[in-house]
Design a protein around this ligand. Sequence first.
Ligand code: GLU
Length: 398
Amino acid sequence: MAVLSDRAKSLKPSPTLAINAKAKSMQAQGIHVISFGAGEPDFDTPENIKKAAKKAIDEGFTKYTPVGGIDDLKDAIIKKFQRDNQVTYKRSEIIVSCGGKHSFYNLAQAIFDQGDEVIVPAPYWVSYPPMVALANGTPVMVETTEKNEFKITPDELKRAITPKTKALILNSPSNPTGSAYTKKELEKIAEIALSKEIFVISDEIYEKIVYDGFQFVSIASLSEEIKKKTIIVHGVAKTYAMTGWRIGYTAGSEEIISAMNNIQSQSTSNPTSISQKASVEALIGPQDEVTKMVTAFGQRRNYIVDRLNKILGVSCYKPIGAFYVFPNFSSYYGKSFQKKKIENSTHLADFFLDVAKVAVVPGVEFGADPFERLSYATSMEDIKEGLNRIEEALKKLS
Ligand code: GLU
């Protein structure tokens, strides 16, 4: 009998995390690698949030909590949705999980069955298709274009919907492209979702990281009808530099949230008690640290986009949100270095790591091979040095 399940055999590690681990291990060997790998803010978690966690420990808040999160945190999440998105949820419509990824995973387990199709606009975040597949669903990738700012158009969406379609995944602002849907665009999507009776899974984890005064809109806020068909996946990791604390949350119908609660109660139990207390402070405490971080990300975005577009043969869309750029390097495919031909985004990422000591994530992992993803949630100094190295390395290709 085989040791591993078919499920485990077909699964590969998350490429974003794998590249991050590789860069870190090279750094541990004393190699000066510049990492544009995993999307993780370089800032420390704000002091007030750390204090709330220390207080929780000192007060002995270190035991099991309710499976789906403490009421204080659910109330903070409800307040956040009211304050920022003008959407009203009840406690029974909120569940807290161990990170945004875990929220999505449990949601997929709760709503997908064999044969269910899930529309995933590409470029997509690396873990959506495997998490849909782990729930026996079928991810249906729909290619979007640079020309349309990597956003699915109403026609593309309509064409992708079949009687088997259960849901559309929306990720705005997007990882990896940084594009974001306007209210008008969301209205069109909502109209189609309602007429075709499909769910919208709205991953809003980058909501707060937007530039140039962009007004973030949650699709759930457009009408009571679309709210009923929307499940929001969110978390504190990116906004509050809390990646390691592992707190994500989901808002949706009572039926779905209660099913997720059952899944969670049979698997992980509650998310960490201490992190939950810290997240209450994150969501309802002072927000000025967020503004500071977003301002810094914005400056880095301007710099990195400008530099990339100045490199011969590279084009880079200017993101509206998140902290990634997704430049097109495909004009370098077909060129060689020391007789080794660069044929795709994986070869080019390997070349950058070996020759330039710069870590990037190949576009193919996001379903878009002409591109590489660079996270600019790293210091300006590293961004400058990393781009110098990329520029120099590209000159070695012929
Ligand atoms: N979401 C981040 C990224 O895309 C963190 C790593 C991960 O969970 O994949 O880099």
